[in-house]
Every structure is written in C-alpha cells, then in structure tokens.
Design a protein around this ligand. Structure first.
Ligand SMILES: O=C(O)c1cc(=O)[nH]c(=O)n1[C@@H]1O[C@H](COP(=O)(O)O)[C@@H](O)[C@H]1O
Length: 281
C-alpha cells in the first residue's frame, strides 16, 4: 500500500475531522459566466484556483467532474491534472468523477490512469460504472486496494432515468451491485475501499429496492443536494442507520456562492454544518 493508510481509513478520518461535505468541482459554462470568467481553459483554471483556495484542507473531499475539464481539450485536462496534484497532501481527498466503465482489459488501463502510483492523473478515488457487469470493474477495484485508493461504484444514481436499469429485477440490479461491493469490503476497518453512489434524491427508495446500505462497510456518496432538488434533511430519512457513512457532494448549490474565496468558504462552512446536523445522532 503506497498511500500510507487504506482509502477507507483515510476518508473516514477526513470525514470525522471535516464533516460530510464533498465539494463538487464542476466548472459549468453558466457558472463561469456568473463568475465573470471566459468559457475557456484559462477560465476553468481561475475557477479551479478559487475553489481550491476556498476549501482545500477544510473539507473531507473535492470531486472534480472530468467532463467540464475535457470540454476544453488538452488544456482543460491539464487544469484537472494540476488540481489533482494540488490536492495531494492537502488533507482533502480527491474523488475524480469520470464514471468509467468498460471491458476488463480496457478497465485495467483506466485503473492505471487514475489509481496507479505515479500516474499523472492519480486521484484518491474514481467513480466507476458497473453497467458492463460488476466483474468488469475488477482491475480498478484490485489496483485501488493495492495502492491505498478507492472506487465509487454507481448503484442508485440521482437522475430519474437511472430507474430504467437500476430498479429492474428481483433482487434489483442496484441491490446486486450493493451486495457485490459489500463482499469486496468484508473485514475492512473502519471502512472498505469500495464506495457506492446512492443519490440523495433516491435514497428513500433504497429500502424498497432491497439495498442493505447499513451492511456495505463503505462510504456512500450521495449527490443530488441543491440543484437536483434534495435537501440535507432528506439524507436522514433516505439513509437511516447508514447515515454516518454518507458523504454528500454538492456542486452547483455551492459554486453559485462564488466568485470570491470568502463567499465560497462561508457557504461551504454553513453547508457542512447543515449536513452534519442532518446526519448526526
Ligand atoms: O458520481 C456522481 O458524482 C454522480 C452520480 C449521480 O448519481 N448523480 C450525480 O449528479 N453525480 C454527479 O454529481 C454532481 C452533481 O452536481 P450538482 O447537481 O450541481 O450538485 C455532478 O458532477 C454529477 O455528474
């Protein structure tokens, strides 16, 4: 293991220290405009610099959404790579949101891109899609374990269209993904390296679909608060006894508080408190 501690231990410690907020780093064109920045790689660089100045070292995790960097080509991807480097050692973990999923041999290459020591784009964890089969993710799950990193597997996503696939079957497809991740996390303490994505907007449906979230022994990434309509208070009902494992990523709902470092920082502090209160005992 090359990150010192295992991913589950590092993220659990960061959440105990800083709370359940994960800052989503999504430089949407509309946000760049609102911040008075050009919709170019240079605009994305200045946006990213402000977000990291505001929150790096103060929140448990930052989740850059790769798409908003990729739309500016190689120059945008360079901004993302630089952000990942900057987060290393900051005390804030990087969760790269790239939602990768492919046949196993190609998945191996994605794993090397994001989860190998010394990789230019190495993050603390990456989001992955199990919808080519959970087993196709094996190269990423295993490399993450070897290097002290993690993966977040999509289980029950926050968007309404996810139901077409994830709700199907008995047990549901989502429940089978949860069960597979639970097996990969068995025996780890305080948490395993396979996290799951369960949207804050759909958490209340988890029990109906047979997801045993309390048994997962991994961190539950719960997007959907703010722009997608969920509120911090919804987490308590949606996640029940698993709520101490919830890490809530918020992008637009927080980023609209820019463009000043102080404005963003204050908003992040308030949101972190609200989330802690909603998820507390
Ligand atoms: O993996 C994710 O983070 C993710 C999964 C999911 O089910 N829903 C979801 O919204 N996301 C991501 O979380 C972020 C949500 O952004 P906001 O709605 O602006 O907070 C985006 O980067 C999405 O791509």
């Amino acid at each position: 293991m090359t990150q010192g501690q295992a991913f589950g231990a590092r993220l659990t410690a960061a959440m105990e220290r800083h709370g359940p907020l994960c800052v989503g780093l999504d430089p949407h064109a509309a946000l760049l405009e609102q911040w008075g920045l050009p919709d170019t790689a240079e605009g994305v660089r200045r946006f990213t610099d402000t977000v990291l100045k505001a929150v790096a070292g103060r929140v448990a995790a930052v989740k850059p959404q790769s798409a908003f960097f990729e739309r500016h080509g190689a120059a945008g991807v360079q901004v993302l790579e630089d952000a990942l480097v900057r987060l290393r050692g900051s005390g804030t973990l990087s969760l790269l949101d790239a939602k990768r999923g492919d046949i196993g041999s190609t998945m191996g290459a994605y794993a090397e891109a994001y989860l190998a020591d010394g990789a230019p784009m190495a993050a603390d964890a990456v989001t992955v899609s199990p919808y080519l089969g959970y087993g196709s993710l094996r190269p990423a799950i295993d490399l993450a374990a070897d290097t002290g990193r993690g993966v977040f597997v999509l289980a029950l996503t926050s968007n309404p269209e996810g139901a077409e696939v994830q709700h199907q079957g008995d047990p549901s497809v989502a429940a089978r993904v949860v069960r597979a991740a639970t097996e990969d996390n068995a025996g780890a303490a305080p948490a395993g390296h396979v996290g799951l994505v369960v949207g804050a907007t759909v958490g209340p449906q988890a029990a109906r679909l047979g997801l045993d979230l309390a048994a997962v022994n991994g961190i539950l990434l719960a997007p959907g608060i703010g722009a997608q309509g969920a509120r911090p208070a919804d987490l308590r009902a949606g996640f029940g006894d698993a709520r101490s494992r919830v890490l809530a990523p918020v992008s637009r709902g927080l980023l609209v508080s820019g463009p000043t470092v102080e404005g963003l920082r204050d908003a992040a502090d308030r949101l972190a408190e609200e989330l802690s209160a909603a998820l507390g005992e």
